[in-house]
Design a protein around this ligand. Structure first.
Ligand code: T4K
Length: 403
């Protein structure tokens, strides 16, 4: 009997926690200092540590990566149209649209899931000012090809590196590519500050402009010199981020161990493959991503239903593609015609839980659940809808399978 193999739910994105005693020491220091936000000592320390790890001159910490993207876009003077992949978290596009800049959706590379440089040129118009690549799953974009296009066409180039803290490209830490890169330190990320983000850059002028913009545009007391917003990271988040940083090696070791355990557990499942990482680069292995091809006897959505029924809360990131979310779906109803790879990938990707809450034993059970599902596919295909309706709740209703 397979039902409820997992007694407690396993979440994709369950946070990795650093040492609680170290965090509470820092909280005690915050109480002593009576300093909670506005460029406090922990934020400064966090920025220094991140800049060092990323190998860049400046880290400007923010309240989250979405606001960090918005501030970077504004500080860099971007306007008009910007080319972005359609296969990303919706924040990449929203950070543009929020400021009346048009995201133009580009297709992705079939294996790497990153923006396809050979699709970019035909999307460039006189209004195009920039390209934003996304290092999805921590897998780096083809930076050299993007840079060549950006240089040739006089466009700015920057990266949404929300997934890619601790990863490398060309043997160098992600952080120094293009004009700037943006990390997320959200709870679900490899390194978390509960909520948090940062722009990293080697550009002195851009960094000081972003520091002002994240603080309402204040340059000293009473002197506002730009339009700004409140994008500041607070001291509690920085304390959490610093504590997470102390455990970064452990998080990496666990994620790598889990990834390898999944490689073993998923061997031989028809039509199901684990996307691979380039082992010549540093990876954080924060995402365990399956490709469920049409040769699998169950659809991706049917597997999600089986897994949820067993308390394994797998996700369909980034379904249905940003171009099919509002307002983009209404603006560009035919965008999918230019995005065949994205349209295929959003139907096939399934993300499984990993991180410090997931053991090798859990992974072997997840392998057993998937093995059981494919060997009972005839019955399951009759009982489970092929697709999950939009807007369903996080944990799908228990499916009607009696093993
Ligand atoms: N660019 C890219 C490419 C991104 O992926 C993201 C964020 C951004 C930009 C923007 O970064 P931030 O502004 O967030 O810093 C989650 C995250 O909220 C989001 O940060 C992340 N990407 C995205 C990939 O995942 P949802 O809609 O999946 O969140 P939710 O609430 O469903 O949580 C995900 C899973 O994590 C659940 O299974 C539950 C688990 N969880 C979550 C939280 C918050 C926990 O176990 N504990 C927790 O505290 O978006």
């Amino acid at each position: 009997m397979l039902r409820k193999v997992m007694s407690t739910p396993l979440h994709v994105g369950a946070p990795n926690f650093g040492d609680m005693a170290r965090f509470t020491e820092r909280v005690a220091a915050i109480y002593d200092n009576r300093w909670l936000t506005n460029d406090g000592p922990f934020v400064r320390e966090f920025e220094e540590r991140i800049a060092t790890i990323a190998g860049v001159k400046h880290c400007v910490a923010m309240c989250n990566a979405t606001v960090a993207l918005e501030i970077l876009i504004r500080a860099a003077g971007i306007a008009g149209e910007v080319i972005v992949p359609a296969y990303t978290f919706v924040a990449t596009a929203h950070a543009l649209q929020w400021q009346q800049i048009t995201p133009v959706f580009c297709d992705i590379e079939p294996d790497n899931h990153t923006i396809n440089p050979s699709e970019i040129e035909r999307l460039i118009t006189p209004r195009t000012t920039a390209i934003i690549g996304v290092h999805i799953w921590g897998k780096s974009c083809n930076v050299a090809a993007l840079k060549a296009i950006a240089d040739r066409r006089n466009l700015l180039l920057m990266f949404d590196a929300a997934h890619a803290f601790g990863c490398s490209h060309g043997g160098r830490p992600i952080g120094g590519n293009g004009l700037a890169e943006v990390f997320s330190f959200h709870a679900t990320k490899f390194l978390n500050a509960a909520e948090g983000g940062a722009v990293v850059t080697n550009d002195d002028e851009l960094a000081s402009k972003m520091r002002l913009m994240r603080n309402f545009g204040f340059s000293g007391y009473d002197n506002v010199i730009y339009i700004g917003t409140n994008g500041k990271m607070n001291e509690l988040s920085a304390a959490m981020g610093l504590t997470s940083l102390e455990s970064m090696e452990r998080f990496l070791a666990v994620n790598k161990r889990n990834y390898e355990a999944y490689q073993t557990a998923l061997t031989g499942l028809p039509g199901i493959s684990l996307i691979d990482y380039d082992n010549s680069e540093q990876q954080n292995y924060q995402y365990v991503v399956l490709d469920v091809s049409p040769s699998c006897p169950l659809s991706r959505d049917q597997l999600v239903q089986v897994l949820h029924g067993e308390n394994v809360l797998a996700r369909r990131y980034f379904f249905p593609g940003v171009h099919k979310m509002e307002p983009y779906r209404s603006f560009y109803p035919n965008a999918g015609l230019l995005l065949p790879v994205t349209e295929r990938v959003v139907e096939q990707v399934l993300v499984l839980p990993t991180g410090t809450t997931v053991s090798e034993e859990d992974i072997s059970r997840i392998g057993q659940i998937l093995g059981w599902a494919v060997s009972n596919s005839d019955r399951l295909c009759q009982e489970l809808p092929k697709t999950i309706p939009p807007g369903c709740s996080m944990q799908l209703k228990e499916h009607a399978v009696d093993a």
